[in-house]
Write a protein that binds this ligand. Sequence first.
Ligand SMILES: Cc1cc2nc3c(=O)[nH]c(=O)nc-3n(C[C@H](O)[C@H](O)[C@H](O)COP(=O)(O)O)c2cc1C
Length: 282
Amino acid sequence: MRFVTFFFSGTGNTWWAVREFTEIASTNGHDAEMCSIENDQIKDFSILSELLEKSDAIGFAYPIYGANLPPIMREFITKVKRISENLNKLRQKYCFIITTIGYVNGYGPYKIKKILRSIGLKLKAHINLRLTNNVSTPGLKINPIPHKKLVKRKKKSIKKLDKFYGKIIKNKKRIRGIGPWLVPGMLIRRITAPKMNLNYQRLSINLDTCNNCEICINNCPTNSIIRIDNKITFKEGCTGCYRCYNFCPTHSILYKGKFADPLVYHRYHGPIDNLNLNNIKQ
Ligand SMILES: Cc1cc2nc3c(=O)[nH]c(=O)nc-3n(C[C@H](O)[C@H](O)[C@H](O)COP(=O)(O)O)c2cc1C
């Protein structure tokens, strides 16, 4: 069986989950590939078409933002829609979703099922992994969980992924996460959806402490951080991943103009030690 999983990961959790899943499939003798939707090659329509066409199982993986899809993933799926009309037998492929969360999914398989149906894919399996929240700001102080707890959640997630893989190769259906717990998601979405696209307005840079390393500019998945005349500006299109905020080595990214003390608002540096940002973009 040939697997491909298209993923977006702001701070590494989803990347880690997809990496584990891909490893499980590979060690069981399958051809398994993981592709970041930030990867330039994927932006090429012919390469994307080829990948979709040659794979038997097609996955999409993303973190839940405000009980919703990250805008960047929604745009990617729209792109697949544009090419899907020319692809053969997409509906016969095994389609799966991997999501990661800190607390509550609230999005579930329902909505994504509909979106996928519109591009000719039939969702057959969905898994949601609880790892850790990745953003703590003066707007919402919810620090990432301690390392020890994350290690436990990672172990549990690997077990879940293993079972998930088992269902896929047996061509079985696995749709979970439908229930009353999706109701709070509707409320969260209502509150956060209009604000998601305005994330860029909340962020700015303290040029007095910035060391000009440009980690933020070079790693923004939507190229929404730009330098104009020695000023760094956040512009529309930001997907709200908070990669810039978490990985700024001098903690110079301001939230609503305020310094967020890292001792109070812990920055999240990913699920593994020394996470390489280049890896999560491949
Ligand atoms: C803008 C934003 C909104 C988020 N909203 C939710 C949410 O609604 N529910 C939740 O459980 N976690 C939420 N999170 C946490 C992430 O879903 C979670 O940390 C995820 O595993 C991060 O994945 P990544 O490291 O691959 O980016 C949010 C994170 C961000 C940055």
